[in-house]
Design a protein around this ligand. Structure first.
Ligand SMILES: [Zn+2]
Ligand SMILES: [Zn+2]
Length: 258
């Protein structure tokens, strides 16, 4: 991914709060369409312009042809706040984030996230590299629901990864149980993506701990009860795959270290 600066030139009378609101609206609409990554976009007022630092999944991510309807509206509204259309300057590769998937079209996708990710929750099935969301079809105006699902998933993962966990069991249950609200939401989003893109979309079901480590490798698919153990792990991460249920998972982490 790329670190870039967006420069919003002041072209008419404005004040800080109007400019700030217009820039926030525009940038947030890009985030919810997967054209930018992260939740923060430090912005400085420098004499005749406002400059925001952002991370792009691809050099051409900000082209208007990728914009959602709400991004186009937000773009138009910049002038009402005294600002020109932004100029984008790429500063270089971002060393802190994953490389974007090179595929034009992946053979299948995986909906997957971890607390430390700063990238799309959709991975290419072949390379396991993040796929920019704006490149994926959706029946909705943008990918806001997917981004909001990822925010909740990462927040719970963050909680259950801490040394002195305050909510370990409930956070882990949300991530691990097939029928938790988090996983139901995620699987529904995966199905919608599959329908819109006509490519299989698997849901990566987290598995952290198990009360029965001895039987962990033989556990059945939680969706259909069938055997789903792979002969060879996929991406050195997934030991289980169920094609009809569109699920991937792993031998519980705690059992792997035992
Ligand atoms: Zn790929
Ligand atoms: Zn199954």
């Amino acid at each position: 991914m790329y670190l870039a600066e967006l420069k919003f030139k002041v072209i008419a009378d404005t004040d800080f709060s109007r400019a700030e609101a217009a820039i926030r609206r525009y940038i947030e609409s890009l985030i919810f369409n997967g054209q930018l990554w992260g939740r923060e976009f430090p912005t400085a007022w420098q004499q005749d312009s406002f400059n925001s630092r952002v991370v792009l999944p691809a050099e051409d991510a900000l082209l208007q042809k990728h914009h959602s309807p709400s991004a186009l509206v937000a773009l138009q509204q910049l002038s009402g706040a005294g600002l020109a259309y932004p100029q984008c300057q790429i500063l270089g590769m971002d060393l802190m984030s994953q490389h974007t998937d090179p595929c034009q079209q992946a053979p299948f996708y995986i909906l997957y996230s971890r607390f430390s990710d700063s990238c799309s929750p959709v991975r290419c099935g072949e390379h396991f590299a993040p796929v920019p969301l704006y490149q994926l079809a959706t029946a909705e105006p943008d990918h806001e629901r997917l981004i909001r699902w990822q925010l909740q998933f990462q927040a719970l993962d963050e909680i259950q990864m801490q040394q002195n966990r305050v909510l370990r069991k409930s956070a882990e249950r949300s991530m691990q149980q097939l029928h938790s609200r988090l996983n139901k939401q995620g699987r529904r989003l995966a199905r919608q993506l599959e329908l819109a893109n006509k490519v299989p979309v698997y849901y990566a079901l987290y598995s952290g701990s198990s009360a029965h480590c001895a039987q962990e490798a033989d556990k059945a698919c939680p969706g259909c009860g069938n055997n789903w153990h792979l002969n060879q792990p996929l991406h050195q991460l997934f030991d289980f795959q169920c094609v009809p249920c569109r699920l991937l998972s792993n031998i519980a982490w705690d059992c792997q270290n035992a």
